[in-house]
Design a protein around this ligand. Structure first.
Ligand SMILES: [Ca+2]
Ligand SMILES: [Ca+2]
Length: 234
């Protein structure tokens, strides 16, 4: 029988994060509940549904300084992530993938339970669009950045915290509030023809606009390199 484990992906006071806690396990098969929590201040950034997968560490969706391709663009521009999921499945057929929750507003939490063979899929990969934005997202550049399980199936990483300084600009769509998801018309997009870069400063350009959820946006993003929530440390 699978061992139950609880994982929590928390968003620090500036952007988003994974936290797992539970009994150590010996068997390869475990049920892992991943909780994603948006710890951004009220009226600040929200996240599209979080795409995630436990995997073998081979699916690499993007590179800092590289041209974004279809799979990560499908996350960064609109959040649907359909091409990201398909590319993940093609690159790593044994991965256990899913999409956690719906629109994650500031302060909100979503969870999903995955049945994971820790021998086959010890790594965790995630990606979600940050909104409002044209093409901003969170996610791990290296597919082996987060090894959650050791060879014995013990949980190694109970928490992943993502700060504002770790928000990516896909470089695929020009900054334009009129074309930004959550505050504008996504269909008005224009090509940026750039590369993946770290960028959260542009979020302030949406301040004062009314979001699709009805609140007036205020980025309130800070430059601290990792806005780690004390409660989420491991
Ligand atoms: Ca990469
Ligand atoms: Ca952009």
């Amino acid at each position: 029988m699978p061992h139950p484990l609880r994982a929590r992906l928390r968003t620090a006071g500036c952007a988003a994060a994974l936290m797992a806690a539970g009994a150590a396990s010996q068997a390869a098969l475990v049920d892992v509940t991943v909780t994603v929590q948006n710890l951004a201040p009220g009226n600040s950034i929200a996240f599209a549904p979080l795409h995630a997968g436990f995997n073998s560490g081979t699916f690499d969706a993007f590179n800092l300084g590289g041209i974004a391709t279809g799979p990560i663009i499908s996350v960064a521009e609109g959040g649907a992530g359909d091409l990201w999921q398909a590319a993940f499945a093609a690159a790593d057929p044994g991965a256990v993938r899913g999409t956690i929750g719906g629109l994650l507003l500031p302060g909100a939490t979503s969870s999903l339970t995955f049945r994971v063979d820790t021998d086959v899929n010890p790594f965790f990969t995630f990606a979600a669009m940050a909104v409002p934005s044209n093409d901003f997202f969170i996610g791990n550049d290296s597919p082996t950045e987060y090894r959650l399980f050791d060879a014995a199936g013990n949980l190694l990483v109970p928490t992943i915290t993502v700060g504002a300084a770790e928000i990516w600009d896909a470089g695929s769509e020009v900054f334009d509030p009129a074309a930004a998801a959550f505050v504008g018309n996504n269909g008005l997009r224009r090509n940026q023809n750039s590369v993946v870069a770290l960028n959260f400063a542009e979020l302030a350009g949406f301040n004062g606009l009314t979001t699709g959820a009805g609140y007036t946006f205020n980025a309130s993003a800070s430059a601290s390199p990792r806005c780690r929530n004390p409660a989420a440390t491991r």
